[in-house]
Design a protein around this ligand. Structure first.
Ligand SMILES: *Cc1c(COP(=O)(O)O)cnc(C)c1O
Length: 397
């Protein structure tokens, strides 16, 4: 019969069956169908700096990166990544042996987990987590062990006792994300020190996703885990150009670590994409060398947008967890008399003409995540003003 597979066995293997289609596809389709403002998926609605785009055009025209670039990434970019880590954080890396360019942070995460895990190894990740973590752990045959971030004094906090209790003899690595998507939490020096001490004590590897390193607000500070005592030699640090330079379609990410760890990740990465994003690698090399004023302006712009959307959500009656980093706001819908984020988000386009994401999709324990809903604020000011108006009109009395 047309459209049916010949075998009784479903085509998708059991490792992936639980993942289905991402909520982003459903919600973006809903946004298009209803003409709603899409604050679901986290991509900017304007492109990054002109000079960075022009650098990509120049590379294309001059034939730099149009053929397979070197497997570890073009030397210009590896040098720029090493310079960025040293200038910002005092972390010194050899561009030839301690830096690896990947097809976005997404490939870096998958390659790192495929490289570092044996089947059955346990991976501790902070729940709610970015959706590719669970899939990548599954690809590697690992077992994910969530440690849940919980609401505390207007933000989401890590319970260090819970983290310590989650470590077993089978734990191989900690998968850390700071600044944290979707909660907007930025791990503090105390929390990071405790994580580092635990990793050293239990001899764990750490993979740390720092793609929002430049998007921190107020007095929050991004501190790379690799800078903590004992961590340089056990940490795989992941970065990306997508969020920092507002070119999420370019898919240029990177790994920095010791030669042994980078070598392990590269061994897997070469058979995933081999290489990617040739001309864009040259453009990102230039972007990383932008003056501090670029990064400060990016932060100031997003800070104003955070405050605009947070004010609208607060006036509409949501409980707002003001993010210290990233470009997402997590809210609690219970003050609106709601408790099911899925149902709420499916109805929101009709009720308010806005699309958001139910945080439950980022939890193993969907009950715990049920009342939380995420809004992205990496959109033009007039779009956010309109969204805030719509939410006020729909919910404020
Ligand atoms: C967007 C995002 C990524 C993916 O980054 P790419 O460079 O686009 O692959 C990884 N981790 C987190 C937490 C993200 O929000």
């Amino acid at each position: 019969m047309a459209g049916m597979t010949s075998s009784a066995r479903p085509p998708l293997n059991r490792r992936f069956a639980e993942f289905g289609t991402t909520i982003f596809a459903e919600m973006s389709a809903l946004a298009a169908r209803t003409g709603s403002i899409n604050l679901g998926q986290g991509f900017p609605d304007t492109d990054g700096p002109d000079e960075v785009r022009e650098a990509a055009v120049r590379a294309l025209r001059e034939g730099r990166g149009n053929q397979y670039p070197p497997g570890p990434g073009v030397p210009e970019l590896r040098t720029a990544i090493a310079a960025h880590q040293e200038r910002r954080y005092g972390l010194v890396h050899d561009p030839d042996t301690e830096v690896l360019v990947t097809a976005g942070a997404t490939e870096a995460i998958a390659a790192a987990l495929l490289a570092l895990l044996e089947p059955g190894d346990e991976v501790i990740a902070f729940e709610p987590y970015y959706d590719s973590y669970a899939a990548s752990i599954a690809m590697a045959g690992g077992t994910r062990v969530p440690v849940t971030l919980r609401p505390h004094e207007g933000g989401f906090r890590l319970d260090l006792d819970e983290l310590r209790a989650a470590v077993t003899d089978r734990t191989r690595l900690l998968l850390v994300n700071t600044p944290h998507n979707p909660t907007g939490a930025v791990l503090t020096r105390e929390e990071l020190s405790a994580i580092a001490a635990l990793a050293v004590e239990r001899d764990l590897l750490v993979v740390t996703d720092e793609v929002y390193e430049h998007l921190v607000f107020d007095d929050a500070e991004h501190l790379p885990l690799a800078t903590f005592p004992g961590m340089r030699e056990r940490t795989v640090t992941i970065g990306s150009a997508g969020k920092t330079f507002s070119f999420t379609g370019w898919k240029v990410g990177w790994v920095t670590a010791t030669p042994e760890l980078v070598g392990a990740v590269r061994a897997v990465k070469q058979f995933l994409t081999y290489v990617a994003s040739g001309p864009f690698q040259y453009a990102v090399a230039e972007a990383l060398a932008l003056p501090d004023s670029y990064f400060a302006a990016l932060r100031a712009d997003l800070l104003a947008k955070r405050d605009l959307l947070a004010a609208g959500l607060t006036e509409a009656g949501f409980e707002v967890f003001r993010p210290a980093g990233t470009y997402f706001i997590t809210t609690d819908i219970r003050p609106l008399g709601e408790k099911d984020g899925f149902a709420f988000c499916r109805a929101l386009p009709e009720r308010a003409g806005v699309v958001a994401i139910p945080n439950a999709v980022f939890y193993d324990d969907r009950e715990t995540g049920a009342p939380f809903v995420r809004f992205a604020f990496c959109k033009r000011t007039e779009v956010l003003t309109d969204a805030a108006e719509r939410l006020r009109a729909a919910f404020a009395h």
